[in-house]
Design a protein around this ligand. Structure first.
Ligand code: ADP
Ligand code: ZN
Length: 430
């Protein structure tokens, strides 16, 4: 372990630490224009928050609150103490901005180093970081953590596929950080160069930044001949390093000395007991430049109540099933893209990319699923393809009531993703 005192701490001691940090975070936040007003409006007296249970007295914070407080309504230290900002992609409106002090940056690096050690990575590893550098947290977040651990870091960022391959070969990259959709795309590009990804020195990948299924993890592990670990985070909670799988690969440890976890029913907002599935709500209790309380992540998961065999006591969350805002309703049935992905990726003939298009025709919902196949499938006869198409429709029937239209495409013909993949195109909203 990177820090056994904290990772294997007694729960009682952990809770005492959480309470101490929560109180300090509340004090800091009271001085901000945003939380100052929230606490006044909701008659929250922070001096009365004396147990962790009292957290429930605070209102939730949602994405829109961060927009309302733009640019610095949540900044809790003097501007001169802030050393960095990041921002989320801003695909759904004005971007949201996060601030960090020197201490925050340093402790974040520590969390990431801790996460990497949990997967067996050490200073002897060569770490190629294929996530975007810049305002997005994926690049710099892992970068500083890997340096803290002592790895040699190759900050290759996204794209420039040929150079990625060359760097992996020439510098003997052992660990990569990459989105699952780009990992699949890159594997294809590597094959095009006449190289089998399995022959590269890479042994391990950190996959995150977007929801993906267990079937996709299996596929990436198989194509690359590596171990792939699930990595979870979001800019509101720093970025990557919020929760990470250990070598048990059975759920992600969410680092509770930094975050208080709640899972709620997204409709009623009621807090659910450990083990029940719902929306993850996180409180950042250890970031002085910008505390955030009860942030509704919109990510759906559940806490795994059983202790982990690795000895770390921090609670694990299950693979994210999807985001509340990713879910679409087709023919009256709620569907997450990851459910469709899970079915597709288990079909051996299906290649590395797919896209879901929703449409409406004569007031009826229509779903078109475009699927890339491996090229060898297009060398056989058409009857085989038709058989496969029918098979995929059959497999999906259990999930979607509306008859899906399946389109089979050659590899590389659907838009490739370098960062977060766009899986669903909903033309019904237009
Ligand atoms: P946004 O996408 O809102 O601009 P971020 O770039 O911070 O903000 O992305 C955070 C989101 O990415 C998470 O809330 C979650 O939905 C998704 N995400 C990150 N890591 C994972 C993961 N390992 N599995 C599933 N979803 C993930
Ligand atoms: Zn573990």
């Amino acid at each position: 372990m990177w820090n056994k005192d904290i990772e294997a701490i007694d729960r009682k001691d952990l809770e005492a630490l959480q309470l101490k940090r929560l109180k300090r975070a509340l004090e800091l936040a009271s001085g901000t224009s945003f939380y100052g007003k929230v606490f006044r409006d909701n008659k929250v007296d922070v001096s009365k928050i004396t147990t962790l249970e009292h957290l429930k007295d605070l209102p939730f914070t949602v994405k829109n609150d961060l927009r309302l407080s733009y640019p610095d309504g949540m900044m809790a230290v003097p501007k001169s103490e802030v050393v960095r900002m990041h921002a989320s992609s801003g695909t759904t409106g004005k971007s949201t901005v996060i601030f960090y002090s020197q201490k925050d940056i340093s402790e974040w690096a520590d969390l990431v180093a801790r996460s990497m050690v949990a997967t067996g990575t050490s200073k002897n590893d060569i770490f190629q970081n294929m996530m975007g550098y810049g305002l997005f947290t994926g690049g710099l977040g892992l970068h500083y953590g890997a340096e803290r651990l002592g790895c040699m870091v190759i900050p290759s960022s996204t794209g420039n596929t040929l150079r990625q391959i060359q760097l992996m070969e020439d510098f003997f990259t052992t660990v990569i950080h990459i989105t699952p959709s780009y990992a699949l795309h890159l594997a294809e590009e590597i094959h095009k160069q006449g190289i089998d990804p399995r022959d590269l020195p890479v042994k391990k990948a950190y996959l995150g930044a977007e929801p993906y299924s267990e079937a996709t993890r299996d596929k990436i592990e198989e194509q690359w001949g590596i171990d792939a670990y699930n990595s979870y985070g979001m800019s509101e909670m720093n970025g990557p390093g919020v929760a990470f799988e250990c070598t048990e690969k059975a759920g992600m440890h969410l680092w509770e000395d930094f975050y208080i976890i709640e899972v709620i029913n997204p409709e009623t907002q009621e807090v659910l007991p450990d083990g029940e599935a719902g929306e993850l709500v996180l409180t950042h209790i250890n970031r002085e430049a910008m505390p955030i309380f009860r942030y509704r992540t919109r990510d759906l998961t559940r806490i795994i109540p059983e202790p982990c065999a690795c000895g770390r006591i921090h609670k694990r969350i299950e693979r994210i099933k999807g985001r509340t805002d990713d879910m679409f309703i087709i023919g009256g049935v709620n569907v997450f893209p990851s459910q469709i992905e899970s079915v597709l990726m288990k079909v051996p003939e299906v290649g590395n990319n797919y896209q879901i298009v929703l449409d409406r025709e004569e007031n009826l919902d229509k779903i078109i699923i475009k699927v890339e196949l491996y090229s060898k499938m297009f060398q056989g006869d058409l009857k085989e393809l038709e058989k496969l198409r029918k098979k995929i429709v059959e497999e999906l029937r259990a999930l979607i009531v509306v008859n899906p239209r399946i389109e089979l495409h050659e590899p590389g013909s659907l838009p490739a993703s370098l960062g977060k993949a766009v899986r669903v195109i909903d033309n019904r909203k237009l």
